[in-house]
Design a protein around this ligand. Structure first.
Ligand code: GDP
Length: 290
């Protein structure tokens, strides 16, 4: 089963159910408590954890396990289904011509993710281009150019310009031979008005098919505000979770997924352009509970 890779305490609790065909209310309470502990330590928002626990409890108590199904498998299935329901499938990204806009705070991993995603599309036989519109962070241009080189994808940026909207416009023209355009934007340390104004203008010019919010896996409570503001200004279709190679499990990003009613598109797992995975729920769920 998909949840084989569980954390030891949750597995221990579930193992106590081995051989049982019926679950008692205490069994369910114990499992749900264990799941809550795992999810909270993975930074999943408290209210999401509570909602999930209630659903799991209700279903485990009310539903009849199919004949012959051990109690352990029955409850695992419910846990899995409820988590999939919350997290959803990966953000739909057709393998065809498209424009993707990246949003997020400074340091979240946008520039790195732009190059990674471009690399990923190139492995699917498409011709991607990265357009760097960050005129705010010193070094952003060089970093983006170098990463695009390493990813062997087209690149446009202008280190002499202070007009990100113009760079975006020009970038689309200059990279017209590419079929996937990934537009990186400037971040700020916080959600300042000028950041929102700027990204709204860029969005108006590039008319993205998909706008993705880039979040550091270590994000906690801050995810909600960011998600809400970016969603209101440009509309968020999906989330990229970066730095999953660290200790953080990325549960905070689920708040953003819930807030924007979107899904997860990519996971960043390192500093190299190849360190990217298309999101798939199974591995992520095992990790959250692990
Ligand atoms: P931006 O300000 O949002 O464009 O963020 P950057 O792309 O510059 O990333 C900020 C820092 O995080 C850089 O040092 C990146 O190398 C690092 N970084 C980005 N993604 C990952 C990742 O998935 N794993 C690790 N370990 N580091 C990452």
């Amino acid at each position: 089963m998909v949840l084989d890779d569980l954390g030891s305490s949750l597995r221990g609790t579930l193992d106590k159910l081995r051989g049982k065909s019926r679950l008692s209310e205490e069994d369910i309470e114990e499992i749900v408590k264990e799941i809550q502990r795992s999810l909270l330590s993975a930074d999943v928002d408290v209210s999401l954890v509570m909602e999930l626990s209630d659903n799991i409890k209700e279903r485990a108590l009310e539903e009849e396990p199919p004949a012959g199904t051990p109690a352990r498998d029955f409850v695992l299935r419910i846990v899995y289904e409820e988590l999939v329901d919350l997290i959803g499938d990966s953000t739909e990204l057709p393998l065809e011509e498209q424009t993707i806009l990246l949003a997020g705070l400074q340091g979240s991993g946008k520039t790195t993710s732009a190059a990674k995603m471009a690399w990923w599309f190139s492995t699917k036989g498409l011709r991607p281009a990265v357009i760097q519109t960050d005129t705010f962070r010193p070094g952003a241009y060089d970093q983006a150019r170098e990463m695009a080189e390493r990813a062997e994808v087209d690149f446009y940026g202008n280190p002499d310009s202070e007009d990100p909207v113009e760079i975006a416009r020009k970038g689309l023209e200059e990279t017209s031979e590419a079929d996937v355009h990934i537009v990186d934007t400037a971040g700020r340390h916080a959600l300042e008005d000028d950041l929102i104004d700027e990204i709204e203008q860029i969005e108006g010019v590039v008319e993205p098919d998909t706008s993705l919010l880039v979040l550091d896996a270590a994000i906690g409570q801050g995810a909600k505000d960011q998600a809400q503001q970016f969603d209101e200004s440009i509309g968020i279709d999906g989330v990229v979770i970066t730095k999953l190679d660290g200790t953080a499990k990325g549960g905070g990003a689920l708040t953003a997924v819930d807030q924007t009613d979107s899904s997860i598109a990519f996971l960043g797992t390192g500093e190299e352009v190849q360190d990217v995975e298309r999101f798939e729920p199974d591995g992520f769920i095992s990790r959250l509970l692990g």
